[in-house]
Design a protein around this ligand. Structure first.
Ligand code: ADP
Ligand code: RBF
Ligand code: MG
Length: 155
């Protein structure tokens, strides 16, 4: 599969209360205009990659890109689950995201449990893929270094 590299950073906003935390999988929402910074031809679907909150540790993540030019009212353009247990929420913080690989298209699920087990499957697959040397090295990408220095200089 083709290796991807899409970088994106923005503030974390409140979601629409569809209760991903109730599934045990908190999913951080980006504002709608964030997808404007992605290539226009990116397919919607589920991806994996690296993420950091502010200048914090770079961790594995899975992200859903639901934005679709044909559905202008799509509610969840980009949502990220970081594969880590945080002590506190990080609403309002800057989330840096590096997308490195594609997992699957978005599906329609009849049951919440089916969605949550699909996401668990995505998480397992992302963990495995991101241990590959070609993906591990993206953690050192200048994107995260630049984000860090921007934040430290207050820009
Ligand atoms: P909302 O509907 O407001 O997006 P969620 O139930 O989806 O609420 O939870 C998302 C929020 O949980 C994030 O905005 C973030 O502040 C927090 N959070 C805590 N741990 C994580 C994590 N591992 N990955 C993503 N968000 C997390
Ligand atoms: N929503 C779907 O309707 N179908 C999916 O296949 C789907 N897969 C997802 C995979 C991941 C890794 C993430 C983070 C989200 C996914 N979602 C999917 C979005 C999910 O429905 C949404 O986050 C919740 O509805 C809460 O906003
Ligand atoms: Mg959410």
């Amino acid at each position: 599969m083709r290796n991807l590299r899409f970088f994106c950073c923005s503030q974390v906003v409140h979601g629409f209360g569809c209760g991903s935390k109730q599934l045990g999988i908190p999913i951080a929402n980006f504002p709608e205009q964030v997808v404007d910074s992605l290539p226009a031809d990116i397919s919607t679907g589920i991806y994996y990659g690296w993420a950091s909150v502010r200048s914090g540790a770079i961790r594995k993540m899975v992200v859903s890109i639901g934005w679709n030019p044909h559905y202008k009212d799509a509610k969840n353009p980009m949502e990220t689950h970081i594969i880590h247990t945080f002590k506190e929420d990080f609403y309002g913080e800057i989330l840096n995201v590096a997308i490195v690989g594609y997992l699957r298209p978005e599906k329609n699920f009849d049951f919440l449990e089916s969605l949550s087990s699909a996401i668990q499957g995505d998480i397992e697959e992302a963990k495995k893929q991101l241990d590959l040397p070609e993906h591990l090295k993206l953690k050192d990408d200048s994107f995260f270094q630049v984000s860090k220095s921007k934040i430290m200089n207050g820009h």
